[in-house]
Write a protein that binds this ligand. Structure first.
Ligand code: RAT
Ligand code: ZN
Length: 421
């Protein structure tokens, strides 16, 4: 479309189409996923058996069949996928968000989700070559790059980075800190074994040594940010190992390295351990902890996502107070159209375009197809309604302003925050 046409004020009726065009055209940055570049080998999950055994679907399986979790975990991956397929897709209609996602992925590749088994889908995915498949998936999902989650203390992942990973422009690294900040007692010895003088109670010179560890790993990974998920009971300041390492090691290291810290708050870890990865829940957090962090570290930048629906309004209010905080995404249990719509409306009303509406949190490559399709479908009417109200109130709106806002929301807010490009 010529620039002159894009500068013409739109009528209320034209706005809907213009928003749809721009939301389809702007390539998004997926700022938090659990996907991995091909250089990280089998850590990167893809294909039908991984899609069907996604932990969101495992949680749903146990509500609709009588196989107990311990029996399920004794099955191999294919058997688990077959059971989930039979239970959630053949014996039941896949109406939940996560099951409908599998349907959308299959149909994006011309595969039927009415099939009685996974034979045809398995044949299709087995015929794909990963590297080209990734490029195709990026295109299909309208995403220019994925941001990974990289844990230096993961026994499978850490050694790969230590041996050296080839840069892949389609993937950015993130230094994930959960093992250090949430499970110190299980992991401090692994850090000590790498030559850092850390102690079991994180006393003595431990914070300085963790700071050195983070510098070394930042050099290795070039992370766009560091990240940690935190429980609903998270407090700050706090004399615990987590509180001390946050204040004396992690946040100072982020400042030295000029990288933001992502705080994902509100998980109730393992409320049902029998479900393994699907066993975590949610709780309302005390966001005064976040307030204190933003006040104490004004020159650090924080990306923040909170898991509880009840915390969303407070988060918007805090974002109005603290320019060092960037709210992002509708995380995990919030990534459902009804809640995404509600949260995004509120964020636009309170923050304009100064936030990042969504990330995929994909664990399996092809999930980005449905997750980003759903985001676009849910958010196009929200944005259109916003511009229509603006026109009704007397402001001219052009396709150029819509494009600028969509680009800001889904690309440049993040690029600026992390200093990309
Ligand atoms: O959404 C998820 O897959 C969760 O299990 C978590 O991975 C969460 O997103 C996280 O990053 O901790
Ligand atoms: Zn995640």
């Amino acid at each position: 479309m010529p620039a002159s046409v894009e500068a013409i004020p739109l009528t209320s009726a034209e706005i809907r189409l213009a928003v749809q065009r721009q939301i389809d055209a702007v390539p998004f940055i997926d700022l938090h996923t659990h996907l991995f570049s091909p250089a990280l080998g089998k850590l990167g999950l893809w294909g039908i058996d991984e899609l069907v055994t996604y932990h969101y679907l495992e949680a749903e399986l146990f509500r609709s069949c009588d196989v107990p979790p311990d029996q399920y975990w004794r099955m191999d991956k294919r058997q688990r996928a077959d059971l989930i397929w039979k239970t959630l897709f053949v014996e039941n209609t896949p109406v939940s968000e996560a099951t409908r996602g599998v349907v959308a992925v299959l149909s994006a590749f011309g595969l039927s989700s009415n099939a009685p088994d996974l034979r045809e889908a398995r044949q299709f995915f087995e015929a794909q070559t990963l590297n080209e498949h990734i490029t195709r998936i990026l295109k299909m999902s309208g995403v220019s790059e994925f941001v990974m989650t990289n844990d230096p203390l993961d026994p499978e992942e850490g050694p790969l980075w230590e041996a050296g990973i080839a840069q892949d422009p389609r993937f950015h690294a993130v230094l994930r800190l959960d093992r250090i900040l949430n499970r110190w007692s299980e992991h401090w010895q692994a850090i000590a074994a790498k030559g850092y003088a850390v102690e079991d109670n994180a006393g003595g010179g431990t914070p300085g040594e963790i700071r050195r560890f983070l510098h070394d790993w930042a050099k290795r990974m070039s992370p766009v940010y560091m990240a940690v998920s935190l429980p609903d009971t998270f407090q700050y300041p706090d004399a615990s190992v987590r509180g001390r390492l946050l204040a004396e090691a992690v946040i100072p290291a982020c400042q030295d390295l000029n990288v933001p810290l992502s705080l994902m708050i509100g998980v109730r870890y393992q409320v049902n351990p029998a479900l393994r990865l699907a066993g975590d829940g949610v709780g309302k957090a005390d966001l005064r902890a976040l307030e204190r962090i933003c006040v104490q570290f004004p020159s650090n930048r924080f990306l923040v996502s909170v898991l509880s629906r009840e915390n969303q309004h407070e988060l918007c209010v805090y974002a109005r107070k603290f320019r060092n905080m960037l709210p992002f995404g509708c995380w995990w249990f919030l990534n459902n159209p009804s809640i995404v719509e509600e949260m995004t409306r509120e964020r636009i009303e309170m923050l304009g375009a100064s936030f990042v509406p969504q990330h995929s949190d994909a664990r399996v490559l092809e999930q980005v197809i449905y997750k980003w399709k759903n985001t676009r479908r849910t958010l196009a009417p929200v944005l259109a309604a916003t511009y229509q109200a603006l026109v009704e109130d007397g402001r001219e709106v052009t396709e150029t302003c819509i494009r600028n806002d969509v680009t800001r929301l889904f690309r440049t807010n993040f690029e600026k925050w992390v200093g990309l490009r």
